[in-house]
Design a protein around this ligand. Structure first.
Ligand code: ATP
Length: 218
């Protein structure tokens, strides 16, 4: 991936975990926090780290915040600071502002003041845990709309050593296989002759109800 520049404001658990993933992917990351200790710890992790209060426009100017491709506002508990920061960033012309919301109301306000993407980590993770508890064979999913999902599903025992053609999942379950994860290999658009192995995971697209039925086959 081409190098992009990111600024992460707030080096708590959420901000730090975003920053480390970006650094792992060889991206440039500026860490910002009002708390000196957090910045000291962050220095080991990010490209640069500075102490500043993100609710002060002048301070943000000194680090050239406008020039970053993405600015992530990872301040949570201080809602006022998070909202004010997003407002200032958008007024300064930052193109992509991603902000963490503590609750629904906070999220709505962040959108109103211009956040381009609002994330609700606790809510989203809670939903994922519940989804996995209800359908343990589903390892991962993406909601495409209220009705359609892409899901990564453990292959039911009854389907191993059969080909996709034999299984004919489209006709039988109304779902489409878009990829197979087999040990370390990812097979995109598998051929109909492809034999399913024990332990494979299927990446399937379909209506939630159909996926649910499919994921509950033994
Ligand atoms: P997390 O849930 O991510 O672990 P936390 O519980 O440590 O975070 P939060 O209130 O969510 O605390 O704040 C995250 C970070 O944002 C903290 O390190 C805090 O010092 C920093 N922060 C708060 N206000 C500002 C501000 N105005 N400018 C810069 N950084 C700030």
């Amino acid at each position: 991936m081409a190098k992009q520049s990111y600024a992460v404001i707030g080096l708590g658990r959420f901000g730090t975990s975003i920053a480390s993933k970006l650094i792992e992917a060889d991206q440039e990351v500026l860490g910002i926090d009002i708390n000196e200790d957090r910045v000291e710890d962050g220095k080991l992790l990010v490209t640069h780290a500075v102490v500043l209060d993100s609710t002060e426009e002048e301070s943000l100017k000194t680090v050239g915040i406008r020039n970053f491709d993405y600015v992530i506002v990872a301040i949570g508990n201080d809602m006022q600071a998070s909202i004010l920061t997003v407002l200032i960033l958008k007024e300064m012309g930052v193109k992509q502002v991603i902000a963490k919301a503590l609750n629904k109301r906070h999220g709505q306000v962040l959108t109103k003041v211009g956040a381009d993407w609002v994330v609700h980590p606790e809510r989203d993770m809670g939903e994922r845990v519940a989804h996995h508890l209800l359908t343990p064979n589903v390892l991962n999913y993406i909601e495409l709309s209220k009705e359609y999902n892409i899901e990564e599903i453990i292959v039911p025992k009854s389907m191993t050593r059969k080909s996709l053609r034999d299984l004919d999942l489209r006709a039988q379950y109304n779902v489409n296989v878009i990829a197979i994860l087999s040990s370390e290999n990812l097979i995109i658009s598998p051929f109909p002759e492809h034999l399913i192995q024990d332990g494979d995971k299927l990446v399937v697209i379909g209506h939630r109800d159909d996926l649910n039925k499919f994921a509950n086959i033994k």
